[in-house]
Design a protein around this ligand. Structure first.
Ligand SMILES: Nc1ncnc2c1ncn2[C@@H]1O[C@H](COP(=O)(O)OP(=O)(O)O)[C@@H](O)[C@H]1O
Ligand SMILES: [Mg+2]
Length: 258
């Protein structure tokens, strides 16, 4: 892969200006500790160069960067005050992987959240679910495989345009990944929708911070909600799939997980 795909036609001066804009914006948005994690990754060569800010969410920003072997996606969670400190612990409840959480400490909660997303991605990836390959996590900074081609991030399912047959194939691929996630990894995504699935030649499930183990008291309810979100999207007029998976099938998945 050519690092400079995206920058063909951009002069060195322009690129340097773009880089310094991005550096300034990182310094304006993130606290000293977060910047230290980023500089550490840069010193080690894990991050070679920031390319662009792909997404600005309430909880995190995602950047595209040049990594050691290709493009990487860097998800940086905000540690500044936000609503989500209330919801995060809900999805960590009773999770033996993250039981020693100090509830009062914001940075601790966010760093645990980043580690949880990394762990969820790792477990999903290990059983063959199509998710970005997780690469590194440090503090509130998570680095993963970049999903996209020619330097452009893949569109979400919400944004992509496909033929009827491709939608039909995509649905089957997602359902099969969902089943794998439940049966083989024992995880429920818990925020699955057309916004958290990218499409690059096939669907990739992203945004796994809130995913819970099957032992979580809300697991079944979350799984039903995930399936309903998918079915609502795939039954929309312009897509119009009819053979959608029913709730009783996922009950069988739950029962078949050892
Ligand atoms: N691995 C990735 N490769 C390419 N783009 C990504 C990747 N991860 C996230 N993105 C982009 O960033 C957006 C937000 O990521 P997400 O993990 O859903 O965070 P949020 O919690 O802000 O919703 C995605 O919709 C997608 O456009
Ligand atoms: Mg998201």
């Amino acid at each position: 892969m050519n690092w400079n795909d995206e920058h063909e036609g951009i002069s060195k001066v322009e690129r340097r200006e773009k880089d310094s804009d991005l550096k300034e914006s990182l310094e304006g948005v993130f606290d000293a500790k977060t910047l230290r994690y980023l500089y550490d990754f840069m010193r080690k060569g894990v991050i070679k160069r920031f390319i662009t800010n792909i997404s600005q969410g309430k909880e995190a920003r995602v950047y595209q960067a040049e990594g050691e072997k290709g493009y990487i996606a860097i998800k940086i969670f905000f540690t500044s005050s936000s609503e989500y400190y209330k919801t995060m612990p809900v999805y960590m409840e009773g999770d033996p992987r993250f039981s020693r959480l100090k509830r009062g400490d914001r940075r601790e909660i966010v760093e645990t959240w980043a580690r949880k997303e990394f762990a969820n991605l790792s477990e999903a990836y290990a059983v063959g679910v199509h998710v970005p390959k997780p690469l590194f996590v440090k503090g509130n900074v998570l680095i993963m495989q970049f999903i996209g081609g020619l330097g452009r991030p893949a569109p979400t399912l919400r944004e992509v345009r496909l033929s009827y047959n491709s939608w039909s194939r995509a649905y089957k691929q997602i359902i099969s990944d969902l089943q794998r996630l439940v049966v083989k990894a024992g995880l429920v995504h818990a925020d699955l929708s057309e916004y958290n699935i990218l499409f690059y030649r096939r669907p990739y499930i992203i945004d796994m911070g809130q995913a819970v183990m099957l032992s979580h008291p809300g697991a079944e309810e979350f799984l039903v909600r995930d399936l309903n979100n998918l079915n609502n999207f795939f039954s929309k007029k312009e897509i119009g799939l009819k053979d959608l998976v029913k709730e009783d099938l996922i009950k069988r998945w739950l029962a078949s997980h050892r």
